[in-house]
Design a protein around this ligand. Structure first.
Ligand SMILES: [Zn+2]
Length: 168
């Protein structure tokens, strides 16, 4: 499954305060959360991007909580094109990372909460280390990752779009 990403004002259409929990496609069917490869300007391939897909009409859109991160990544990649680029989004985005783990473990909402909690603790340990080393770039990077995970509704949103809903 590949999704072609066209340049536009995707970022402006995203409102971080509003994540629709019962997202339906314009054709009326339920959208499903999947990890997909996004292709940008033919040469950039980004693997494991969370995408909402309608199985009925094939409409797809980027999972709203990861959109700001993806848009800023594409902005930075633009400078490197037309060189071939291949990278993994789950290595750069914490939400994509959690979704990948959730799908692998078929985790339910409690499982996702636990995954998020464990990752936050791990990042907080890294933050202490980065601070003690006075590595400001690393500190900034970790803080940005923590921000991605601190949305309280995130676990519920991930589950509401996932087919593998096993309560654990
Ligand atoms: Zn549809």
């Amino acid at each position: 499954m590949r999704v072609e990403m066209v340049e536009g004002n995707e970022a402006e259409r995203y409102d971080p305060g509003v994540v629709n929990m019962d997202k339906r496609c314009s054709c009326g069917h339920q959208m499903e959360l999947k990890l997909s490869t996004v292709v940008f300007k033919k040469n950039a391939e980004i693997e494991n991007v969370p995408v909402l897909i309608c199985d009925t009409c094939n409409h797809s859109e980027i999972f709203p909580p990861v959109k700001p991160c993806l848009v800023s990544l594409l902005g930075r990649l633009k400078a490197l094109l037309p060189e071939k680029i291949h990278l993994r989004f789950d290595e750069r985005n914490e939400i994509a990372r959690i979704i990948q783990l959730q799908q692998k473990q078929e985790a339910g909402v409690e499982g996702v909460r636990r995954l998020i909690e464990e990752r936050i603790n791990e990042l907080l340990d890294m933050l202490l280390l980065a601070r003690s080393l006075e590595d400001q770039e690393w500190v900034d990077d970790i803080q940005q990752k923590l921000v991605q995970l601190t949305d309280k509704t995130l676990a519920a949103v991930i589950i509401s779009f996932s087919r593998n809903r096993i309560n654990r």
